[in-house]
Each structure stands twice: as structure tokens, then as C-alpha cells.
Unconditional design. Sequence first.
Length: 364
Amino acid sequence: MLLQNVSLHNKVILITGAAGFVGANLVMVLLKNVESSCIIGIDSVNDYYDVSLKEYRLQQIESLRDNGNQWIFKKGNIADKEFLQSIFEEYKPDVVVNLAAQAGVRYSITNPDAYIESNIIGFYNILECCRHSYDNGTKGVEHLVYASSSSVYGSNKKIPYSTDDQVDNPVSLYAATKKSNELLAYSYAKLYNIPSTGLRFFTVYGPAGRPDMAYFGFTNTLRKGEVIKIFNYGNCKRDFTYIDDIVEGVYKVMQVAPERRNGADGLPVPPYAIYNIGNNSPENLLDFVTILGEELIAVGVLPADFNMERYKELVAMQPGDVPITYADTSALEADFGFKPSTTLREGLRRFATWYKDFYMKDGK
């Protein structure tokens, strides 16, 4: 196991995408676990999906703010270089976690501009701000952690997906932007000695998640009594990873920055690492739909006599999709002693319970 070399106490920690699914949950974990730190959240709070969900997450964060840490929220876009520079100049973050991104594979096919702006230009701005944090001999950023994605593996045939595998054939623009993030981070680690760690997330789900994800979208559709479309005729597998497991992994990784050292040529060996964070247990989509239906019925989101079979339509694969995602998490286990452990049924039960409370209270 690697030794912790970055304390999160008495630090300035910058989280981008702080109103997002992973970002907000990470902020809440930090507020509960670190001491005497200043946590700064950035988010554009755009309308890619229901803004009320983002506002709900920010309200949850607000309820935790009086615990010895400082919480500061700044609304803005990381693609706005002047805005981002002003944050770095004023607060001088010690640790940066970049979770701001335009998400979604299918949306990238019809709205490419949003992905280039947020995922390429935005991430470049983050790297530039980290680079200049060392100007004039200042200590600067101790660790940059950023979200990559399992989508970088494309349609690789070898499973489970390992970070040692070649990932040069993205099947969507979203995947291409995430692979670009990894390449940019590597080059900046090499050139400017910025300790950086990329995390390839695998199909994150849970309460107050993203409505464009299958479990959430299916729930909305089924509640309306409409048919859900199951792609690739149900012959897909996904390595569903519960939000708490993802955030625990990020929290552990934040505290271990890749080591700065020089190589035989006297130049920095890039202080750079990549890890998968997945459940290491792919689930068939048809089984997933069955479990989701059972849990939605159990908590009363769907009526007790709801017949799931009547509301399923098997359709062809969508552009940009892949038949399977499956994380090899051995490196994460070896270096951090951590492995996601929440079962799909347990995670979907928590989602169903939250969904009923959020959308169906007061007889809605």
C-alpha cells in the first residue's frame, strides 16, 4: 500500500463540478471528515439536466457547513479562464479535484461543442492554473485529481479493463475528450512536475444522481406507464458502481500524490497515475432492470401489481455505446487497500427510497 503524503486538514481544497453528482457527494464527505480546511466549490449549474437536483445537492452541502470547515461556492464555468485564474489567485488551493465536465455519451454525438468547451478547454485551464500555482517558487498545488471515464476503453475486447491496456480507439467524442484529459495531464506532469491522478469511473449510480443515466431515466419512464428501451437487445453488461464507493475512492486517492522524482536524464519522471474505480462485477442489463423494478415496487414508486415485462422493448445498440464495461481494480486495491463493495440491489434500493421521498412526497 502507498503511504499518505497529502494531508487534507488545514488545507484549501478546490472541487470543480461541486453541484454535480460526484462533486457534491465528495464535498459532503470532506466536510464530515477533514478539519480546519477551506473547501471551495465551482459549478456552472447548467441545465443539461434538471437544475433542481443540483440545487438540492447544494442545499445538502449547506446543511453541513457549520462543522469547523469553511465552505465557499462560486458559480462559474471552468472554460472561463479569467474566472478560474481569479479563484486560484485569491484562494491558492493546495489540492484540486476536477469533476466538472460535460457528461453523457449520446449527448456528445449531437452537441459536440459542449464537450470541447468543458472537457478540453476547461481542463486545459485547470492545468494552466495548476502550472502557474508554482510561479515565483511558491508551494502551489500538491495534488491534482481528475475524473476520467471507463468510456476510454472503447470496445476493447480484453476484459476486465486494465489501466495497462491500450486505449486509442474511442467510440464517442465524450470518450475522446476523457482520453485527451489523461494525455494533457501526463504532459503537464512531465513538463511542470504537477502530481496528478486520473480516475476512470465506471457507471456511477445512486440517490440524487443524473437523470440521463439508465436507472434514473427508466424509473421516470416506468412511472409514466411508458415502455423502456433496452439497447443491444439486452446483451449489455455494465460495471455499476455506487456513489459512496466512488467518493470513498476519490477521498483516499486525494491523500496520495504520485511522487516527484528525477529520472536518469535529470528531468522529472512524470508524477502521474491512473486508476479504475469500478465494482469489478458487471451486471447484465436485463438483470439490472429486473432488480430495479423489484426495488421500485418494494418502496412504492411503482404499484405492487406492476408487470415489468409489459414495459420492456429490446432494441439495437446505440451509436457510441459499448457492449460491456468491466473494471480491473487490482491496482486500486494494491495501492489503497480499497475495493468498492456495495451490491447492485443495495444501491438501487437506496436510490428507490430517495426517489420516492424526492419526487412523490405530498401525494405527487
